[in-house]
Design a protein around this ligand. Structure first.
Ligand SMILES: Nc1nc2c(c(=O)[nH]1)N[C@H]1C(S)=C(S)[C@@H](COP(=O)(O)O)O[C@H]1N2
Ligand SMILES: [Mo]
Length: 396
């Protein structure tokens, strides 16, 4: 046993493939950077819609804006998964680079810098992997973890932004040096003579870029159909597909799951404003009805346009003597749960497209779509389109 030697640990030089070159990291990093930036900004918009600070005025138009931003959020987040994997594969030999450790007095600064940089990369990679992983499972409507998704997803986003800025600042010289195309991108790369073993059989950089782009496109196409109806049939990654559900519209949470029963004839709708008004369903149906063409755009990624009919919220405000643009609290018959109430900021309550909807695609609301009444408003996340509404409260 005594003369058996342990195999030496690999070093950075043990990975001679030119596909681990900084140029490759720069190109794939650029794609990942674009995806992450769009994903972050659209995610921030979605967060602000659901937790709007007092100073922020979110416009109610364009009416399909949120559908587009959230579709992009899910698309870029999904596509970022293969891009992140490719980026990690490109740079993993760096894991075996020698740390200047233990440092001498002269190299102390460099050594500390390197350690801090590696720590920031550790934070970046783990936060991003976790973020994309829980986000992806969330689009599949599967929540196998004990922590609150929304808050965790949001906090991780800021951690990623911070760690990413540090990473970009540190790597800026390298990124700039490899920003432009070189002839090596095009020619198949000869294996260095001493490469052990020739692990990558002559795949050129261009070949790698095409493979990664292809993987990104494939996974993007498999998911985008949940918000682009024409591509619905190929959306194998979508748990909800356009056109499939009662009245031709997917259901996110059924009445059964929300614990909401079918109502009896004693059901009443109340609006609490300067005056308190109460309506039976027949009386609601007798009020002036308006039509809106508006999408449900679920935060989890699916969206679909639909045809709604009901009473304008602004009309209801007028009936009860409330000022034209009032903030409105919407209350569901659902007991508890995150979606049992929502708030319409004044500009949403005042928008003529915003309805207390009684009908969907030409017939009375299905119980699963919120029978007898639900809210539908332009440019809003699906979570705020409260179903089974029985009370509106005018807020001061
Ligand atoms: N009361 C209540 N309203 C709700 C929900 C809910 O669970 N309870 N789900 C919301 C979510 S997340 C979405 S995406 C939309 C979906 O509407 P639909 O099921 O009619 O398509 O309803 C919203 N309204
Ligand atoms: Mo949703």
């Amino acid at each position: 046993m005594g003369d058996m030697k342990l195999p030496a640990l690999p070093t950075e030089k043990s990975f001679p493939s030119p596909l681990h070159h900084p140029r490759v990291a720069t190109v794939i990093g650029r794609w990942l950077g674009i995806a992450v930036t769009i994903c972050f900004l659209t995610g921030l918009f979605s967060h602000l819609q659901q937790a709007t600070p007092d100073w922020l005025h979110i416009p109610s138009r364009p009416s399909s804006l949120y559908r587009v931003t959230q579709g992009l959020h899910i698309l870029t987040g999904t596509v970022a998964i293969p891009l992140l994997l490719a980026k990690l594969w490109t740079v993993y030999p760096k894991l075996f680079a020698k740390l200047p450790w233990p440092p001498s007095r002269q190299t102390l600064g460099t050594a500390l810098g390197t350690v801090l940089e590696r720590l920031s990369i550790l934070v970046l990679v783990s936060a991003m992997a976790l973020e994309l992983f829980i986000g992806f499972l969330n689009t599949l409507q599967w929540y196998p973890w004990p922590f609150p998704f929304k808050e965790t997803h949001y906090a991780l986003a800021w951690i990623i932004v911070g760690a990413l800025l540090v990473h970009l600042a540190v790597k800026l010289p390298l990124i700039l040096a490899h920003w432009k195309k070189t002839p090596a991108d095009r020619t198949p790369l000869p294996q260095p003579a001493d490469s052990l073993p020739p692990a990558i059989t002559g795949l050129s950089r261009r070949g790698l870029f095409r493979t990664v782009a292809g993987a990104g496109a494939l996974i993007g196409v498999a998911s985008i159909g949940q918000s682009v109806p024409a591509l619905g049939p190929i959306a194998v990654l979508a748990p909800r597909k356009p056109g499939i559900g009662p009245q031709g519209l997917p259901v996110n949470r059924t009445a059964h799951d929300a614990g909401v029963p079918r109502i009896g004839s004693d059901w009443r709708f109340t609006i609490e404003g300067p005056q308190q008004l109460t309506y039976s369903l027949e009386e609601l149906r007798a009020l002036p009805q308006s039509r809106s063409e508006l999408p449900i755009a679920c935060v989890e990624g699916w969206s679909q346009g639909a045809h709604w009919e009901g009473i304008r919220i602004r009309d209801l405000l007028r009936f009860c003597g409330a000022p034209a643009a009032s903030r409105v609290r919407v209350v569901s018959m659902e007991q508890g749960g995150f979606h049992a109430t929502s708030e319409l900021p004044p500009q949403f309550a005042d928008d003529p497209l915003t309805l207390l909807a009684l009908r969907l695609n030409g017939s009375d609301l299905d119980l699963d779509h919120g029978f007898p009444a639900r809210v539908i408003a332009p440019n809003r996340p699906g979570v705020l389109q409260t179903k089974w509404v029985h009370r509106l409260e005018i807020l001061p």
